[in-house]
Design a protein around this ligand. Structure first.
Ligand SMILES: NC(=O)N[C@@H](O)C(=O)O
Ligand code: NI
Length: 162
């Protein structure tokens, strides 16, 4: 079985697949009587025609490393953001674009890091590594299925960082 090692999640490394949401660097503006830094407008949200933004809460079972990846999916009609409601590391898996998924990439999100998959990005489903696996999810609410799954011919074993 093919093995890939998760790499630390960075905005640069993840840029081809989406946005990293994290409090890093200077805020764009100081608000609330100087008591809050606003890191403004940090993700490319996209819900397409006929859709709208929704916020859902996911309570997912934690997985363990090494993680057996059997399927990736994509949402052709909108973006999808995973915003952790905990302070644990968690796993983000994507694949290079194409009519069928290309090379698999895995990232280990640090505590406090969230992500936003751009519309159509192949990805593994939400993968917490610790309980509680609680996330706010911002994605498209609409009439379409907005889901395409691809089952890998051979599972991939995702390990922790080298
Ligand atoms: N199906 C669903 O709502 N979640 C998936 O899209 C996922 O990426 O976890
Ligand atoms: Ni998804």
């Amino acid at each position: 079985m093919r093995r890939i090692a998760a790499e630390p999640l960075t905005a640069e490394g993840f840029a081809p697949f989406g946005d990293v949401l994290e409090v890093a660097g200077a805020p764009d503006k100081i608000i609330n009587q100087g008591l809050c830094g606003r890191h403004h407008d940090r993700a490319a949200l996209d819900f397409g025609p006929g859709g709208r933004a929704g916020i859902s809460l996911f309570d997912a079972e934690p997985r363990s490393l090494p993680y057996r990846l059997e399927m990736v999916e994509r949402h052709p009609d909108g973006s999808q953001a995973f915003l952790p409601m905990h302070e644990h590391p968690w796993l983000v898996i994507v694949a290079e674009p194409g009519p069928v998924p290309g090379a698999i990439r895995a990232f280990l999100a640090a505590p406090g890091q969230g992500i936003n998959f751009h519309r159509g990005t192949w990805h593994g489903v939400l993968t917490p590594l610790h309980a509680p696996g609680r996330f706010a999810v911002v994605d498209r609410i609409g009439d379409s299925a907005n889901l395409e799954e691809h089952w890998l011919e051979e599972p991939v074993l995702v390990t922790g960082p080298d």
